[in-house]
Design a protein around this ligand. Structure first.
Ligand code: ZN
Length: 567
């Protein structure tokens, strides 16, 4: 296929390319570019009905087409896509997306498309060996490449990965993890109906309550700054611009609860008391003051209780009321709420991010009961805010996928043979982020991804690969994610627990499955923030279901509780 005019900047860095955008719609569309660093949307063009426009864009840019606030198309700039047509009509399965298919195999492949989850599967094209083509699809469609009824590759249209390369490796879609009996917060990638979706606009309202024995003395403006802090920007960056999270504070004053603070001691351990506390607090606001219908989340901040008797356990932590339990207010019903306690005054934005993570369906990765050495954070250490609220900087890649911030095509599900791929840093929106390996259990997968930077500290950037297991059948707080021990094992307490558990360039790690299969993960080479990775698998066993192991301490209580603790 002919390539377009490619401009290379003076430093020979990222090339630019001419793209034609054609608006075939009967309405005007607005084109935005997603800034690759801040993930903010930058307006680049407005096209009237039938209008065509040429733009010079960076290769690897992501473009969005919107009609009003609604996304109607996404486009990933690459050297093989010179034209972006926005067809007329309303798509049924997501927005419009154009992509390139390259057949690198020595056999012809048949390309099938399934429209949406339940659509009919249609043969679209036969692609000769070495050939490439450009196809149009909707973001919710599933594409499969077959050779003689054998699936060889799977793809879901994505502007983050606009080229579908069909290689000599068999790569399927990532299987849905079976939660078995674990219907509480879990690691399945399927969102639960009761969870708050983590994409699009999510608006929260924050209110402040105090007590006759603990009056609110701090300025609510300063308390808001302390609790919310940089979280809206964090959610924007971490979601690659897909979550637009905001917190409103329409009433910036303390409202007095009817009882002393000590009367609310049990809200951290009793779901009914917690729901009652939330109801009482939200009903302190009149229908004229706050229309709760406008918000998806309510945050209630309590005046800071002293860390002395009798207040040590009173409103000390910040529990989340998950499971979408309805709370009736004077104006609207709230389904997602967090009550902030003393810890939110001292631990920064991560308390809000962690608790809101629960509202989005993420489980706790720290242990509810310490390990034999007395440590709580052993499963995932500093690698996820759902584990370590004090040192972590990110959510692991699997959580970003679970929340809809990464596309399925950015994960390679690889079950046997040998695969070599360049993984791209989780700091950028584009590229392949994870290799997903099967386990012997249908509830479990192994993930290989680039270890994310720990803060701005240079020694903890671009270090290597993280390998971890996710298990949807394991209850929150009982190690649903286990980071494999593959680093030096030495700890740096200022950075966080397990911060050295990565596979450095030139090193490899063998994952041994209980079935006897083994998978070798080899970190071949670093390129800037990206890594060349080879995975060799001898795994061939069909995954089977397993019975979840109840916790020896709380039995299955954790799996059925509706509230989740902050720490
Ligand atoms: Zn938690």
């Amino acid at each position: 296929m002919a390539q377009g005019t490619v401009h290379v900047d003076e430093n020979g860095a990222v090339p630019e390319i001419d793209i034609s955008i054609i608006n075939e719609k009967s309405v005007a569309v607005t084109i935005f570019r997603l800034d690759p660093n801040t993930f903010k949307e930058e307006l680049v063009a407005e096209l009237g009905p039938g209008e065509e426009r040429k733009l010079i864009l960076w290769v690897t840019d992501c473009l969005l087409a919107k009609v009003g606030a609604e996304v109607v198309g996404e486009f990933g700039v690459c050297e093989d896509l010179l034209e972006w047509r926005l067809p007329n009509g309303d798509p049924e399965n997501g927005f419009h997306c154009r992509f390139v298919v390259e057949n690198h195999r020595t056999e012809s492949v048949e390309l099938f498309c399934t429209a949406g989850e339940d659509g009919e599967t249609l043969l679209i094209q036969v692609l000769d060996p070495g050939a490439q083509t450009v196809l149009d699809s909707f973001s919710g469609d599933y594409w499969e490449a077959m050779i003689d009824d054998r699936l060889v590759s799977a793809y879901q249209p994505s502007a983050r990965l606009p080229v579908w390369e069909i290689d000599n490796v068999v790569c399927d879609f990532v299987p849905k993890l079976d939660p078995i009996h674990n219907e509480n917060l879990n690691e399945t990638s399927e969102p639960r109906r009761i969870d708050q979706p983590a994409v699009g606009a999510v608006k929260a309202v924050m209110v402040f309550v105090d007590f006759s024995d603990v009056p609110g003395t701090a300025s609510p403006v300063e308390v808001r700054q302390c609790v919310v802090s940089e979280s809206p920007e964090w959610f924007r960056r971490e979601s690659y611009g897909r979550l637009r999270f905001s917190v409103d504070t329409p009433v910036l004053e303390w409202r007095r609860m009817p009882h002393a603070a000590t009367a609310y001691e049990k809200i951290g351990s009793d779901g009914a008391e917690h729901a009652s506390y939330i109801t009482t607090a939200l009903q302190l606001f009149t229908a004229e003051e706050i229309d709760f219908e406008q918000y998806q989340i309510a945050y209630i901040v309590a005046a800071e209780t002293p860390n002395d008797p009798p207040y040590i356990g009173v409103l000390a932590l910040s529990p989340t009321l998950s499971a979408g339990i309805p709370i009736v207010t004077n104006h609207g019903v709230v389904h997602h709420a967090v009550t902030f306690g003393r810890d939110s005054y001292h631990r920064g934005f991560r308390v809000l991010v962690h608790e809101t993570g629960h509202l989005f369906g993420l489980p706790d990765l720290y242990r509810f009961h310490p390990d034999p050495t007395g440590e709580w954070l052993t499963p995932a250490g500093v690698w996820d805010i759902m584990c370590d609220l004090d040192h972590s900087w990110h959510f692991i890649g699997w959580h970003k996928y679970k929340l809809g911030w990464l596309d399925e095509s950015q994960l390679i599900y690889f079950s046997s043979g040998e695969l070599s791929v360049r993984l791209t840093t989780l700091e950028s929106a584009q590229g392949i982020k994870m290799i997903v390996l099967p386990s012997e259990h249908s509830s479990q997968l192994y993930i290989v991804e680039i270890a994310q930077p720990l803060g701005d500290d240079e020694p903890f950037r671009d270090k290597g690969l993280l390998i971890y297991a996710v298990d949807a059948s394991v209850a929150t707080g009982h190690e649903p994610v286990s980071v494999l021990r593959c680093g030096s094992g030495s700890e740096e307490s200022t950075v966080g627990l397990r911060c050295n558990d990565f596979v450095a360039p030139g090193e490899s790690h063998i994952v041994r499955l209980p079935s006897g299969d083994r998978v070798e993960v080899f970190n071949r080479e670093r390129h800037g923030a990206d890594f060349e990775v080879t995975v060799v698998s001898t795994s061939a066993a069909e995954p089977s279901a397993k019975e979840p192991t109840p916790c020896g301490i709380c039995q299955d209580a954790a799996a059925h509780s509706i509230w989740v603790r902050a720490t």
